[in-house]
Design a protein around this ligand. Structure first.
Ligand SMILES: NC(=O)c1ccc[n+]([C@@H]2O[C@H](COP(=O)([O-])OP(=O)(O)OC[C@H]3O[C@@H](n4cnc5c(N)ncnc54)[C@H](OP(=O)(O)O)[C@@H]3O)[C@@H](O)[C@H]2O)c1
Length: 243
């Protein structure tokens, strides 16, 4: 483990990759806070196991005052804020011509406005305290094309571009910002892929296998550890499919 004794926010920790990141960071002795729209049983299990080192509250990533208050609350409870992982997002499985306006607005709101609000609130705290680490969970879709994912891909491309600009804005304040871009991995979001689509992706992947939560965690752990001097980069965790 590279990340230890930190105060960390992971958005969307109620299930999937976010839950794995939260659990592994807690195991390593960090204090971890997360939010999602729904309260899952896993949140009660983590509260019972880790007590005050864990904090969950139901919150929508696009609720601007709520996100600002959450960051303040976490900083007060944990005595500061060292790292943020922007993980919460929603997917898409529809050709653009069949995608209604409400869906386009929902994806862009949650996947673009959401992480931007959390990052904005976090960097204010980090600037005052001398630095920190931000890691956005992007996707290979942000830089490679996949039919049926155009709006989602656009939202991940935004995260990559925003991250590079922000690295230049906040680098001097000791804030490191980088993105981790996974290939497809098993979760509720990717459950829309049919088995034959997953087989095709595996066949085209040089490593022969999809990434899993733990592969992605290992890279996130390094990125937010504050030990690398890595700044403004997108790191792909995809078995080489984008190589
Ligand atoms: N799965 C893949 O193949 C894949 C590939 C590349 C990148 N990614 C990226 O990896 C990250 C995690 O994906 P996943 O597959 O683990 O997704 P997931 O299983 O669908 O989990 C998404 C998490 O985000 C939360 N969330 C969604 N909308 C939210 C909102 N408006 N406010 C607060 N929380 C919200 C969800 O909780 P609620 O619904 O209860 O709010 C849930 O906790 C995402 O950024 C995704 O884009 C996934």
């Amino acid at each position: 483990m590279h990340t230890q004794n930190q105060s960390i926010i992971v958005s969307g920790g109620s299930r999937g990759l976010g839950l794995h990141l939260v659990s592994r960071l807690l195991e390593a002795g960090n204090k971890v806070a997360t939010f999602a729209r729904s309260h899952t049983a896993a949140m009660d299990d983590l509260s019972a196991k880790y007590g005050d080192a864990f904090y969950f509250t139901p919150l929508d990533a696009v609720d601007a005052p709520g996100v600002t208050a959450f960051v303040m609350e976490v900083s007060d409870r944990f005595g500061g804020l060292d790292s943020v992982v922007n993980n919460a997002a929603i997917g898409q499985d529809q050709l653009l011509m069949h995608t209604d306006v409400e869906t386009i607005q929902r994806i862009t709101n949650i996947n673009i406005v959401g992480p931007t609000l959390l990052t904005r609130a976090a960097i204010k705290h980090m600037m005052l305290s001398g630095g920190g680490n931000i890691c956005n969970i992007s996707s290979i879709c942000g830089s490679r094309g996949y039919a049926g994912l155009s709006v989602y891909a656009g939202s991940k491309g935004y995260l990559d571009a925003m991250m590079r600009a922000l690295a230049r804005e906040v680098g001097e304040a000791g804030i490191f910002i980088n993105n981790v871009a996974p290939g497809f991995f098993e979760s509720e979001m990717s459950s829309v892929l049919r088995p034959e689509q997953l087989d095709t992706i595996k066949r085209r992947t040089p490593s022969g296998s999809l990434s899993n939560d733990e592969n992605i965690f290992k890279v996130v752990d390094l990125v937010i550890s504050g030990t690398t001097n890595m700044q403004g980069q997108v790191v792909f965790v995809d078995g080489g499919i984008t190589s």
